[in-house]
Design a protein. Structure first.
Length: 299
């Protein structure tokens, strides 16, 4: 497996830039560009550092319209809507990707996680290994033996064998783990009283949520304090656990037609990127990065 595909969870990097870059950064028309600038700088840094041939950027189009909201209307209902000045910058980040030459995707039905999951799955069948660039623990469930989870901000790259020590369980059990514990960030309920340590012990013994529920009589033999109470909680809240897993499990089969050439990183469009930077009020630093990237593409 020699072809590497970089998959970028755009929302994390746009939000991170919005809250870390000066809020008074504005374009010549006075519109905020702090998130846009931070995202563009990140993209330039990554491409200069890694020189990827294949890359895709996945955006979230909505926090309230995915299939998960139909399954559980309270999904992510605890999150405040993005302020208008950030929402506009998300759209401009997609425009940047276009003139930068980076393939980018978004869907009203599916989340960025599902887009990334589908691309990982489809391209794995074509001999690609994937580097998922994010800090979102949910995406660790996608990591296979030849893949990598890259927490870019922390400078931490995790192989398949390192996921368990970082997140508590092996990648293929992450969705089950989150279904048991719940996920407050996404407003997903779990089994009350089942914390991370207990869930890790349970899934260290059983292969899946189904395997656990088929063998509840064996939970009492595990090194868990109050095992009988844990069994009662699991029985009482079985429906919650399986419903939650419908939310925590990334969809890897969304309807998207994709071939390797669709994911090739192109050289930045010279006139397009220049006009974009002019309109955004970006200065010499990013322009020099773009020039270096363009020069390498010509070599």
């Amino acid at each position: 497996m020699s072809d590497a595909l970089y998959l970028i969870d755009a929302s994390y990097f746009v939000f991170r830039a919005y809250y870390s870059m000066p809020a008074d950064m504005a374009d010549p028309n006075g519109r905020p560009v702090n998130a846009l600038y931070g995202f563009a700088r990140f993209m330039c840094e990554l491409v200069e550092l890694e020189r990827p041939r294949y890359l895709a950027v996945a955006f979230d189009e909505s926090l309230s319209s995915s299939f998960r909201n139909r399954l559980y209307p309270a999904y992510k209902a605890n999150r405040e809507p993005a302020p208008p000045e950030l929402k506009e910058q998300f759209a401009r980040c997609r425009s940047f990707c276009e003139c930068f030459g980076a393939p980018h995707f978004a869907s009203a039905e599916y989340e960025a996680d599902d887009i990334i999951g589908t691309l990982v799955s489809r391209m794995r069948l074509k001999g690609f290994r994937s580097t998922v660039v994010t800090r979102d623990k949910d995406l660790s469930q996608l990591i296979g033996q030849n893949d990598e989870f890259w927490d870019y901000a922390a400078g931490e790259r995790l192989a398949y064998s390192q996921i368990e020590s970082r997140f508590g369980v092996k990648p293929e059990k992450v969705a089950d783990f989150l279904a048991l514990t719940g996920d407050a960030v996404d407003n997903i309920p779990g089994v009350p009283g089942i914390g991370k340590k207990t869930a890790a012990v349970l899934l260290g013994e059983f292969d899946s949520l189904e395997h656990l529920y088929d063998n509840l009589d064996k939970v009492g033999a595990l090194p868990l304090r109050g095992a009988e109470g844990i069994i009662r909680k699991l029985v009482e809240h079985r429906h919650i656990a399986f419903m939650a897993r419908e939310l925590t499990r990334i969809a890897c089969d969304i309807p998207i037609e994709i071939q390797p050439h669709h994911l090739q990183l192109r050289a930045p469009d010279a006139s397009g990127i220049s006009a974009f930077f002019e309109k955004s009020g970006f200065g010499a630093g990013l322009r020099r990065s773009i020039e270096r990237i363009q020069a390498r593409a010509r070599d």
